[in-house]
Structures are given as structure tokens and as C-alpha cells.
Design a protein around this ligand. Structure first.
Ligand code: TYM
Length: 344
């Protein structure tokens, strides 16, 4: 066997500390992380530096960071098998962001869909000025990935464009300086890569949804989960069939598939001839069976901040060791003189 095939793949992915994680985050992200930690060297970051690119309240950010860490651990991330860390705790993300920003054409950032959407929403909201951090958001994201020289980046569909930029910047750096970075591959789940709002199946499930019934949160109580699923928007037909014209019911089928492990065909067969109400009840049962043990574990972990901090410290230390290796190469190639440690 070749030496390279013996090496474990390096996985990096991150998520914003939004507080409560919704079903889209679970299906599009955390579920894969839990699987990947078994076979790969995994780094999972809570990106607090990305969180300040939009208006925010510092006390909420602090609380949300603990909440996210507790939810990831409750979902099955195991500190003995992966490194869970807070982005701002690892020196190098912001520094690599700068080096990459100097290679990144401004026009490419101005054309990013998420930048256009978010800046449009901010402007529509009134007098809030748009910070340039929002424009550089994807460059910082590229730095998050490249600093670990990741092979694989598990993300939902919505992050595809950002990942393309990270790949472009890796190639640009390698060409301009010399080969340094792996060009990372996206790992997008086949089902559930884009979970939609329960109230507006045209829009992705998101914490910023104004309609409180649109998103299912992992730490919602069973009653709340059931109420939201039972009131999900469907269509005027009643056949449980996956189709692009039936976005609401198709979204519920994706959710059912992801939490129960059944295929679309199995679900369609099982519910042939049944009403939407019966199907929604079954989806509620399946989601509650998945999320309730997670909520209970989450509540226990939130009572033990010292434990959460010890996990995050250990994760940051492992991440820092890997980040340092990359940054010393990057700085040397960039032509920066290290007068503190001296030239080697
Ligand atoms: P974030 O925090 O918005 O989302 C975290 C992960 O959840 C996925 N996701 C979804 N998947 C399916 N359906 C949905 N409705 C849904 N909503 C969110 C996202 O695709 C993501 O995988 N920019 C990133 C965070 C980030 C990052 C990185 C990711 C920063 N640096 C480096 C990967 C690598 C973000 O805001 O994700």
C-alpha cells in the first residue's frame, strides 16, 4: 500500500455560533461531522469572527458560542476523536485571511451571492452601514480551510460558492508562491443539503427567518417540534410524492429521510394512499425521537461550563499546532522576515 493512502484525510468545517442549531444545520452539517470523526482527522470550528460581520450583541455571541459547543457534543462529537475549537482562539486565521485577501480580486468578492443578499438586507433595514468584514467573509472562510490544509470540507449546498473561492485562492497561492495548499474538496450530502423553511419552502431554513414556525431547532421541546411540523405549508393535493412542483411535501420527505435513514422511495411506498396529516404525524415522531435525547444531553452540558471550556481548550491547542505549521510556511513564502525567531 502506498504511504499516502495510509494517511488519514483531514476534514475541516465550521459553523457560525447562531445559538440554537436548526434542522438544516443538523442534516446539512453536524450529522456528517459525527460520521467523519470515525475515519478522518477532524477539525470543527465555531466561527465567532465571522459572526461579527453582521450587527450583533457581544453578550449574545458569548452565550451562543457555549450553546453551539454543547449542541455539537450532544449530537455526538467526541473530543477524543476530533478537535472542536473556537476560531478566535487559534492564531493564524485572521493572518492568513490577510495574505489571501491580497491575492483575491475585489470583483470576485463583490459578486458573491451571500454578500449581495446580506448587504441588500442590511441596506433595506435602514441606516445600518455595511462593514467591510462582510465583503471579506469568504476570504476568512478560505483561511479557515487552508490553514489546516484540509482535504475535505463538509458543507450544505449554500456554502458551495464560498468553497469554490477557497479552491481558487489555494490554486492562486500555489501558482504565485509555490505549491503549499491542498485544493480542498466539498463534501455535500446527497439528501438534505438544502433543508427549506417549513413555512416558505422556497427559502432555506434559517435562524433569520421572521416566521418562528419556519425552523425546527434541535433544542425545541417535543410539543413545539410537533406544532411546527403539523403546521408546515404543503399543497392542495394529498399524495406523499417527491417532486420539484411539491416543494413543501418534498422538504418534509427530505427531513423524514434524513432523520429516519429511509430512502425517498421507501417513504413514498410507506405513505402511498395516506393523508398529509398522517405523514406529518410520522415526521413529527421521527424528528422528536432524534432530537429529544440531544436536547436532554445539551441541557446537562450547559450546566457544566468548565467541561465545555476544557474541551474547547484542548481542541484549540490541537488546531494551533496544525495552523502554526502552515503559517510558518506561508510567512516564509510571502517574504516576511521573522526577526523574533530568526531565519532557519
Ligand atoms: P452556517 O453557520 O450558516 O451553517 C453551518 C452549516 O450548516 C449548513 N446549513 C444548511 N444545510 C442544509 N440546509 C440548510 N437550511 C442549512 N443551513 C445551514 C451550512 O451549509 C454549513 O455547512 N460560512 C459558513 C461557516 C464557515 C465555514 C468555514 C464552513 C466559516 N468558515 C469553513 C466551512 C468551512 C456558515 O455561515 O455556515
Amino acid at each position: 500500500m502506498e504511504e499516502t493512502s495510509l494517511k488519514r484525510k483531514v476534514v475541516l468545517t465550521c459553523a457560525q455560533p447562531t445559538g440554537k442549531l436548526h434542522l438544516g444545520n443538523y442534516i446539512g452539517a453536524v450529522r456528517q461531522w459525527v460520521e467523519l470523526q470515525e475515519s478522518c482527522e477532524c477539525f470543527f470550528g465555531i466561527v465567532d469572527m465571522h459572526a461579527i460581520t453582521m450587527p450583533y450583541v457581544p453578550a449574545d455571541l458569548r452565550k451562543n458560542t457555549y450553546m453551539c459547543a454543547a449542541q455539537y457534543l450532544a449530537c455526538g462529537l467526541d473530543p477524543d476523536k476530533c478537535s472542536l475549537f473556537i476560531q478566535s482562539n487559534v492564531i493564524g486565521h485572521a493572518e492568513l485571511n490577510w495574505v489571501l485577501a491580497c491575492l483575491c480580486p475585489l470583483g470576485q468578492l463583490e459578486r458573491m451571492t451571500q454578500f449581495k443578499d446580506k448587504s441588500r438586507k442590511l441596506s433595506a433595514g435602514g441606516d445600518v452601514s455595511i462593514g467591510s468584514g462582510l465583503l471579506f467573509y469568504p476570504v476568512l472562510m478560505a483561511a479557515d480551510i487552508l490553514i489546516y490544509n484540509a482535504d475535505i470540507v463538509p458543507v450544505g449546498e449554500d456554502q458551495k460558492q464560498h468553497l469554490e473561492l477557497a479552491r481558487d485562492l489555494a490554486v492562486k497561492f500555489n501558482n504565485f508562491y509555490s505549491p503549499t495548499f491542498n485544493v480542498p474538496e466539498a463534501y455535500i450530502p446527497k439528501t438534505g443539503a438544502r433543508i427549506m423553511s417549513l413555512q416558505n419552502p422556497e427559502a432555506k431554513m434559517s435562524k433569520s427567518d421572521k416566521n418562528a414556525l419556519g425552523s425546527l431547532y434541535m433544542i425545541d421541546s417535543p410539543d413545539v417540534l410537533r406544532k411546527k411540523i403539523m403546521s408546515a405549508v404543503t399543497d392542495s393535493e394529498s399524495s406523499v410524492k417527491f417532486s420539484p412542483e411539491k416543494k413543501g411535501i418534498s422538504n418534509l420527505i427530505s427531513i423524514m429521510g434524513a432523520v429516519s435513514g429511509k430512502s425517498v422511495a421507501e417513504i413514498e411506498n410507506e405513505f402511498a394512499g395516506k393523508q398529509y396529516g398522517d405523514f406529518k404525524k410520522a415526521v413529527s415522531d421521527a424528528v422528536i425521537a432524534k432530537f429529544d435525547p440531544i436536547r436532554v444531553k445539551y441541557e446537562e452540558l450547559m450546566r457544566d461550563k468548565a467541561y465545555l471550556e476544557s474541551v474547547l481548550k484542548r481542541g484549540a491547542e490541537a488546531a494551533q499546532r496544525r495552523a502554526d505549521r502552515t503559517m510558518s510556511k506561508v510567512y516564509r513564502k510571502a517574504g516576511f522576515v521573522d526577526a523574533v525567531r530568526g531565519s532557519k
